[in-house]
Design a protein around this ligand. Structure first.
Ligand SMILES: Nc1ncnc2c1ncn2[C@@H]1O[C@H](COP(=O)(O)OP(=O)(O)OP(=O)(O)O)[C@@H](O)[C@H]1O
Ligand SMILES: [Mg+2]
Length: 498
């Protein structure tokens, strides 16, 4: 390959004496898709924030196209064509696609302030065509799916003449079809000579679309490999520094009596006549496409959302669940997919989050028992291997995957009988995924019934005893997981016969 477009050398960064990057090197060439991998908290996002001037580095050099660079603000990086597409999209829903693409750079007629709407829409159309995508520039951005909004973000980057695009876990919230489109867009950009830095925990994706992989571990640079010359196992080994063995650990749970049964649950326009059950020690996987209504069904079960009809039975007795408080009283716990919105209190620290649902029990005679609490918190941090400098750190300073572990720990502290997991390993690295699977196995061995919603079919197949498939708010199949293949599930998930 030619001279690297981006060359970072010896990058160092600490936050309050905690070393996060310790002499990291990275070289990315024009026209390549370069994966940046590493466990949660390895320093990937921080490295990219340093590259684009969001964070100041403590040491090291950066050169762009052979020229030394030191950005103090993302705007300066953008001037050199380096654009960071964050996971939280920044569309303004009430503006059109074209207005979003040219936001802050609106074209006006002379100095009149009158916006040249037609001209902007024409130009926007050019960028969208470049990406090979059919979206009308005059459509409201808020009406578009997350996948399309992401494509608009890319169009916006192109309109700024991007030479390097950084994507941080871009597919986490996309449907399969949207992922396909995104990959086609990435191919197109690559042919146009754009460098792409791609951060993801999904191995299959990386091996499909990337040319090279660089691995970080604990803030250190481990190495760069050509995808064509490496394997899953080698990359995992580089990331975690050891062999992790089977991806889905075997479970030895005894499947017992039915714990929960749902009959004919309906919320008009959202889901209809949903019936299923789960037994003690069992994992019921819930598959379906994004938007099929899986999360809504779980929310109704947990009392977050009202149901119009239907009955919930716990141990064969009908129960009324109209609030999460009641669900918790019946021994239910719910780990939500959206940790930012519902799972965590971001400004509170790790300790406070971990003990949130348990506070009542810990408080005897109105005083929180400090000792007991610290013991519990430390046990959870160890058990889940949560990487945090201290339990007193606000959770928003934790890496994405470690935030997910805090959500997990928070509910484990309650010893639930029925555990609902919604996308439990989204954004979680390979090692931590396996830790979560092992915890699930431990819980089922203790007789806990688990309902696991997941969009990753390998995970559904690897972890479930039975699989329920949801399509447009209806259950289209409930399958025993012996010899079921991905195609059968996909067929049911798209409305076909299972
Ligand atoms: N603003 C901050 N203040 C304190 N610590 C921080 C801050 N930002 C990041 N860190 C710490 O730096 C480390 C690296 O975090 P970073 O977000 O770069 O990890 P990551 O590799 O992107 O992980 P993930 O895969 O989970 O997104 C973590 O231990 C994190 O807690
Ligand atoms: Mg990150």
């Amino acid at each position: 390959m030619n001279i690297p477009f981006i060359k970072m050398s010896g990058i160092k960064k600490s936050f309050h004496h905690h070393i996060v990057l310790d002499g990291v090197d990275l070289e990315v060439c024009a026209g390549e898709v370069h994966a940046l991998m590493g466990e949660n908290g390895a320093g990937k996002s921080t490295l990219m924030k340093i590259l684009t001037g969001m964070y100041e580095r403590d040491a090291g050099t950066i050169s762009i196209n052979g020229q030394e660079a030191h950005y103090r603000h993302p705007k300066e990086a953008e001037r050199d064509g380096i654009v960071f597409i964050h996971q939280e999209l920044s569309m303004i829903p009430t503006l059109t696609v074209a207005e979003n693409i040219f936001l802050g750079r609106e074209q006006t007629i002379g100095r009149t302030g009158i916006i040249r709407r037609k001209r902007m829409e024409e130009e926007a159309a050019i960028y969208l065509r470049k990406l090979g995508i059919e979206i009308s520039p005059s459509e409201m951005a808020g009406k578009l799916s997350v996948g399309k909004q992401q494509i608009i973000e890319i169009a916006r980057a192109l309109s700024k003449d991007a030479k390097c695009l950084i994507m941080d876990e871009p597919t986490a919230a996309l449907t399969d079809r949207e992922i396909q489109t995104l990959f086609e867009v990435i191919e197109t950009l690559k042919r146009q000579g754009v460098a792409i830095i791609y951060i993801s925990h999904r191995m299959e994706e990386i091996f499909k679309i990337c040319d090279r992989i660089s691995v970080l571990r604990d803030g250190r640079f481990i190495g760069t490999k050509q995808v064509a010359e490496t394997t899953f196992d080698e990359i995992v080994h580089m990331m975690v520094g050891r062999q992790i063995g089977e991806r889905f650990p075997k479970r030895q749970a005894h499947i017992g009596e039915e714990v929960l049964r749902v009959e004919q649950m309906t919320q008009k326009g959202v889901f209809e006549n949903v019936s299923f059950s789960v037994r003690s020690g069992e994992v019921l996987g819930v598959a379906g496409l994004m938007g099929a209504g899986r999360t809504e069904i779980m929310e109704a079960l947990f009392g977050v959302r009202k149901m119009d009809e239907g009955t919930i039975y716990i141990e064969n007795r009908p129960v009324k669940i109209t609030s999460p408080r009641q669900a918790i009283k019946h021994g239910m716990a719910f780990i939500t997919e959206d940790r930012k919105m519902k799972g965590l209190v971001l400004h509170m620290n790790v300790r406070e989050n971990l003990t949130l649902p348990k506070s009542k029990e810990l408080a005897s005679a109105g005083v929180i028992r400090q000792n007991k609490e610290s013991e519990l918190v430390q046990a959870l941090i160890n058990r889940l291997n949560i990487k945090t400098a201290s339990p007193a750190l606000p959770v928003k300073a934790l890496s994405g995957g470690n935030q997910q572990k805090v959500v997990f720990g928070k509910w484990l502290a309650m010893n639930p009988r029925i555990l609902i997991l919604d996308e439990p390993t989204r954004g979680v690295d390979v090692g931590a995924k396996k830790e979560i699977y092992e915890i699930m196995n431990e819980l089922t061995a203790q007789g806990v019934a688990i309902i696991m919603v997941s969009s990753e079919l390998p995970e559904i197949l690897g972890m479930s005893d039975r699989i329920m498939v949801v399509h447009e708010g209806k259950v289209t199949a409930i399958l025993d997981n012996n010899g079921v293949d991905q195609e059968t599930i996909m067929r049911a998930a798209t409305g076909g016969e299972a």
